[in-house]
Design a protein around this ligand. Sequence first.
Ligand code: IMP
Ligand code: MG
Length: 184
Amino acid sequence: MNAPPVLEIEDLKFEILISEKDLQNRLRELAGQISRDYDGEVPIMIGVLNGAVLFMADLIRYLSIDCEMDFIKISSYGNKRVSSGEITMVKDFSADLHSRHVIVVEDIVDSGLSAQYLKRRVQSMKPASVKFVSLLTKTDSLKVDVDIDYVGFEIDNKFVVGYGLDYKQQKRNVNAIYQLVQGS
Ligand code: IMP
Ligand code: MG
């Protein structure tokens, strides 16, 4: 969906934070970096459902190397705007990750608890390597020590929607990222 200047969900207002053009330009840069780092390899990209679907679909089209893809679904947020901190597995990946180069693709890393959980799950399959790419990270919000190898944009610690990210499952299909207008 084309990106309007303002989004409304129930009584909340969201304003544009990252435009479609800026998103796509940054994705091309990230894909270039990943293609160089994995030159000669065929990594498996594991997308974290549902939020990372749009990001992953666009990112892999900019790669100049081959890759495979699979998905995992975990839940930590429910319908709230703050993480419950409790991670549950909703759908596991099915690819054989043993001795493979794995890149976990996240929409946003906030507390880092999901990333920590995912890292442990992937590492239990004894891959050759595990790296993380996240479209967004929030400044000063990490509660655990996790390294995100490729970061699209570091943003302020505010709630965002669009381009895969949702509030109550809405606004995932908008081509830009929006941040909550405080007090709305
Ligand atoms: P973490 O476990 O706290 O790092 O949260 C990671 C997950 O929470 C992300 O993959 C998102 O699905 C969700 N999340 C975190 N911040 C936001 C946000 O600002 N908007 C929408 N979803 C978010
Ligand atoms: Mg997510």
